[in-house]
Design a protein around this ligand. Structure first.
Ligand code: IVH
Length: 705
C-alpha cells in the first residue's frame, strides 16, 4: 500500500490507490468498531490516512466523494449497543420556496377538511444530531441516537455527561421520552479545534461533525470533555400527554428543566410563518450556533394525531430550509459516471474550495441539459449560460446534499474555452447512450452487458438496506465481477459461488490472495445465511429506478409475498386494468414508480430472467401487512360518496395504517365499500357484486372510532 513515493505517482496510479485506501480505511474502521481486535495498529491506520491525504494534496481533483479525509471522528454505529425506538424517530419533509409553505398549509387543511385557519409553531431547525432521552420515574435511563429511525445507538453514558440534559426530572409522566438536538456552539467549536490542533489531533470540519463525533464516542470520558449542548423540541413514548398543544408541551419541557429554543413562536398561518422565517434568518449569523432552517408544526396535538405520518415524515410538520452556502472555484474537468440504471452523470472536478467549512472538490452537474443551460423542460436556466471546462463556477452546498454547480462567471471565461460535448456512447461499454422522450438523463443501453451498470447493480444488491452480505462489500464485488475463476456478474451468481468453488478442485478461493480458509468459509456462510430474505429487502435490492427502501416496503406490505407481487406486476404490464389500478392506488406508489417496476420486470427481458434465476435460489419471507390484529386488516376497502367525519385522504391513511388496502374501484376482490351521501355507481357495483356496503358511522364503529 505504501510503495511508490507520492511525488512519483501517475494520475491513474493515484486514482487507483485512493480507491484502495478508501476501502482499506473503511475496512479498518469497521474492524475497529465491530471487533475487539482491530486488524491494524493505530499507527498503521494513521499512516494510511496520511498517505491518503498526501495523494489528495497532490491530486486534488481525484479526491473521492467518500474520501476518508472527510470522515472525521465519527465512529461507525456498530461499536454501540442498539436501541429499538418504541416510537420511530422521523425526519422532516423539506420546503425551500415560500410557496411550498403555503402549499403545506393547504395540504394540512385539505386533509383535515378544515375551512378556517390552523395554528402552527415556528422554531429554528438546529443543525446537529437528534437524540432521544428516556426517563422512567423521573430518572434518565437511556439515550439513543436516531440511527435509521427504527434502531439507534445506545449513547446513555455519553448523554449523561451533557450539562443541558437533566439526569433527574420531577413532575414528569412516569415514562417520558424527550427528543431534541445535540449541537455545538460556534465559540466552543472553535476552541475545541484549537485544542485539537495544539495536541496534534484531528480537527473537525464544522460544528455538526464535531457534535456527532463527540457524542458517538465509545469512551464517555471523551464526550465529557467536549462542549455539547441540547435543545428539546419533541417527544417519543409518553405514559401521559405533556399538554394539549405543541407550544404548551415545549413550555412544559422547559419547566421540567430542558433547554428549549427561545425563538419558538406561534403563527396563525403561512404569512406569520414566513415572517418568522425571515426574522430567524436575519438573526442566523448572530445566534452563536448553526441552524439550517425553520421548522413549522401544527400546534394542536389532536390535529397532529389525525394528520399522522407518511412512511418517514409526519404530515403535520415541515422544515423550511435556508438557502445553501455558496463559493466560487475553477472547473478542472468533467467526468462521466455510469450508474446502476445506466444513467450517465456528469461530475465536475473542481479546484478544491471551502464551502461552509467543508472542502469541496467534486460537484454534480446533473445532466447534459444542465451543462448546456436548460432545465428538464427545455427552458433556459442561468440566463442560458453553458458550463465549460476551465470556467469559474459557483458551488452550492446545503447540509449533507451533494454540492452542485449553480452558476458560471462568463467574465472569467478563457477565450479558447470550448462548449462541452456530452458523450453519445457509454464511456464504460461503448453502447449507444440514449435519451428517452421527456427524460433529461442519457442512459447507456448496454443493460447487463455494461460492466459499470453490472458492478453498480451488484454493489447496490449487497449494500446495507439490501442483502447486506458480510464480507461482500463494494471492494469484493469489484473483484469477483472481474474475476476469471469465480466470476459474479449478476446477483444470482452470488448464490452459486460456493458450489462453483467446490466444483473447482484446482483454484480454491481459500488459496487465493486476500482469502484464507477461514475468510472463504465465512463468506460462503454469510451468503448462505442470506438465502432467506424478507420480501421488502429483496424488492429494494433489485435496484429498480424509483423503487427505494420506502417504496419496497410499501409494495411488500401490500402484496405480502413474492408470488402475489410478481403476478400482480405481470398482470399490470399493459398499464391498465384492475391490477394497474391496485398498484397505483398504493399510497406512495405513483404511476412513475409503477411503470419503472413493470419495465424493469418485464417478462420478456433478460433482466427478468436474471431476477427469476435469483428468486429460485432464495427463500423469501413474506411481509406482514401494516397491522394484522385490526378488524379491517387485509381487507380491500373502497370509499365512495362524501365522507362527513373526515376527508377521503384521512380515511385512506387510517384504513391503511390498520392494514387495509384501499382501492379506487369496486371489483370482485373488494371486501367492503364505505359509502357516504351521494355515492353513485360504486355503491351500485357493490350491490351487484354482493360486496358488503356500509356507511361512514358503521365504518368508524368497525375501526373503533
Ligand atoms: S421535529 C417528527 N424540530 O431535523 C419530527 N426536528 O430533518 C421530529 N431538527 O431528525 C423532528 N431542529 O434531527 C424537529 N426544531 C426541530 C428541529 C429538528 C432540528 C432535526 C432533527 C430531525 C431532522 C429532520
Amino acid at each position: 500500500m505504501t510503495g511508490t513515493a507520492v511525488e512519483a505517482l501517475t494520475e491513474a496510479e493515484a486514482r487507483a490507490e485512493l480507491a484502495r485506501l478508501a476501502a482499506a480505511i473503511a475496512a479498518a474502521n469497521a474492524a475497529y468498531h465491530t471487533l475487539d481486535t482491530p486488524e491494524i495498529s493505530d499507527a498503521e491506520f494513521d499512516a494510511l490516512k496520511r498517505r491518503n491525504a498526501a495523494i489528495e494534496a497532490r491530486f486534488p481533483g481525484l479526491k473521492r466523494g467518500d474520501s476518508p479525509s472527510d470522515q472525521v471522528g465519527a465512529p461507525v454505529a456498530d461499536g454501540f449497543g442498539k436501541v429499538a425506538h418504541r416510537v420511530r424517530m422521523l425526519s422532516l419533509e423539506n420546503a425551500f420556496a415560500a410557496e411550498e409553505v403555503t402549499e403545506f398549509d393547504d395540504r394540512v387543511r385539505k386533509f383535515l377538511g378544515h375551512g378556517g385557519g390552523i395554528t402552527y409553531t415556528a422554531e429554528p431547525k438546529i443543525d446537529g444530531l437528534s437524540l432521544s432521552l428516556r426517563y422512567e420515574g423521573g430518572t434518565l435511563v437511556q439515550a439513543a441516537t436516531r440511527g435509521d429511525g427504527e434502531v439507534g445507538e445506545n449513547v446513555t453514558e455519553n448523554a449523561r455527561t451533557i450539562g443541558d440534559i437533566p439526569r433527574q426530572v420531577s413532575g414528569a409522566p412516569e415514562v417520558m421520552e424527550v427528543r431534541g438536538e445535540v449541537y455545538m456552539a460556534h465559540a466552543d467549536f472553535a476552541a475545541l479545534n484549537d485544542r485539537q490542533a495544539a495536541a496534534g489531533e484531528k480537527t473537525f470540519a464544522n460544528p455538526r461533525n464535531a457534535a456527532a463525533g463527540s457524542l458517538r464516542q465509545l469512551d464517555a470520558a471523551i464526550t465529557a470533555s467536549r462542549p455539547l449542548r441540547f435543545f428539546a423540541y419533541a417527544w417519543g413514548e409518553l405514559s401521559a400527554p405533556l399538554a394539549p398543544t405543541q407550544m404548551e408541551a415545549i413550555r412544559r419541557l422547559r419547566v421540567l428543566g430542558f433547554q428549549t429554543n427561545p425563538l419558538t413562536v406561534l403563527c396563525d398561518g403561512p404569512e406569520a410563518m414566513l415572517a418568522q422565517y425571515r426574522l430567524i434568518e436575519a438573526q442566523r449569523a448572530t445566534l452563536g450556533y448553526d441552524i439550517d432552517g425553520v421548522v413549522y408544526k401544527v400546534n394542536e396535538l389532536a390535529l397532529q394525531a389525525r394528520l399522522g405520518f407518511r412512511s418517514s415524515t409526519p404530515r403535520w410538520a415541515i422544515a423550511h430550509k435556508f438557502p445553501a452556502e455558496l463559493a466560487w472555484t475553477e472547473l478542472l474537468g468533467i467526468d462521466i459516471q455510469v450508474g446502476r440504471t445506466g444513467a450517465l452523470s456528469p461530475v465536475a472536478r473542481l479546484k478544491p474550495v471551502t464551502v461552509g467549512g467543508v472542502v469541496v472538490s467534486n460537484a454534480t452537474l446533473h445532466n447534459e441539459d444542465y451543462i448546456a443551460g436548460r432545465d428538464s423542460r427545455g427552458e433556459v436556466i442561468r440566463g442560458g449560460k453553458d458550463i465549460r471546462v476551465g470556467d469559474w463556477v459557483q458551488i452550492y452546498r446545503a447540509g449533507d446534499v451533494i454540492p452542485k454547480v449553480a452558476d458560471v462567471d462568463l467574465g472569467r471565461r478563457k477565450s479558447d474555452a470550448q462548449p462541452y460535448v456530452f458523450p453519445q456512447v457509454c464511456p464504460e461499454c461503448g453502447s449507444p447512450a440514449h435519451r428517452e422522450e421527456g427524460d433529461s438523463v442519457r442512459r447507456c443501453t448496454g443493460g447487463l452487458i455494461c460492466p459499470a451498470q453490472g458492478v453498480e447493480r451488484l454493489k447496490h444488491f449487497v449494500s446495507r438496506g439490501a442483502f447486506d452480505i458480510e464480507g461482500l462489500g463494494a471492494k469484493q464485488v469489484e473483484m469477483f465481477f472481474h474475476d476469471s475463476i469465480l466470476p459474479v456478474k449478476t446477483p444470482a451468481d452470488i448464490f452459486t459461488l460456493a458450489a462453483r468453488d467446490a466444483d473447482n478442485p484446482l483454484q480454491k478461493l481459500r488459496n487465493r490472495d486476500g482469502f484464507g480458509e477461514v475468510s472463504a468459509a465465512k463468506l460462503f456462510a454469510a451468503i448462505e445465511a442470506r438465502r432467506t430474505i424478507p420480501l421488502d429487502r429483496l424488492i429494494f435490492s433489485l435496484g429498480i429506478r424509483h423503487i427505494g427502501e420506502t417504496s419496497s416496503s410499501l409494495l411488500a406490505r401490500h402484496y405480502g409475498g413474492w408470488e402475489k407481487f410478481i403476478q400482480a406486476i405481470d398482470a399490470a404490464r399493459n398499464f391498465t386494468g384492475a391490477e394497474w389500478d391496485e398498484l397505483t392506488a398504493i399510497d406512495g406508489i405513483g404511476a412513475v414508480s409503477a411503470r419503472a417496476l413493470i419495465d424493469a420486470l418485464h417478462p420478456d427481458s433478460s433482466e427478468r430472467a436474471e431476477v427469476d434465476r435469483l428468486v429460485q435460489a432464495l427463500s423469501i419471507v413474506p411481509v406482514k401487512a401494516a397491522a394484522t390484529d385490526s378488524p379491517v386488516a387485509g381487507l380491500t376497502v373502497v370509499f365512495t360518496g362524501t365522507l362527513e367525519k373526515m376527508t377521503r385522504a384521512e380515511a385512506k391513511a387510517r384504513a391503511e395504517a390498520l392494514g387495509a388496502k384501499v382501492a379506487g374501484s369496486v371489483s370482485a376482490k373488494t371486501d367492503l365499500v364505505v359509502a357516504g351521501p351521494g355515492a353513485g355507481s360504486k355503491a351500485k357495483d357493490a350491490e351487484r357484486l354482493g360486496v358488503r356496503l356500509i356507511d361512514e358511522d358503521a365504518w368508524l364503529a368497525l375501526i373503533g372510532g
